[in-house]
Design a protein around this ligand. Structure first.
Ligand SMILES: [Zn+2]
Length: 57
């Protein structure tokens, strides 16, 4: 019987919006603040709205 130690979940990346191209770039703490689509480093933190999807029946 194998029991794995329970590990803490990794920190959730924060999603930023590029000020140049508007691409969404997830960044983890410690990551370089840089757009993943273009060389821009102007990233805006998205409002953390909780996106809830309801299953339509
Ligand atoms: Zn960009």
């Amino acid at each position: 019987m194998l029991l794995k130690p329970v590990m803490d979940p990794p920190p959730q990346p924060v999603r930023y919006l590029c000020g140049e191209c508007g691409a969404e770039t997830p960044l983890k703490p410690g990551d370089v603040v840089e757009c993943c689509e273009c060389p821009s480093r102007i990233l805006y933190k998205k409002r953390t709205h909780r996106i809830v999807q309801y299953e339509a029946r």
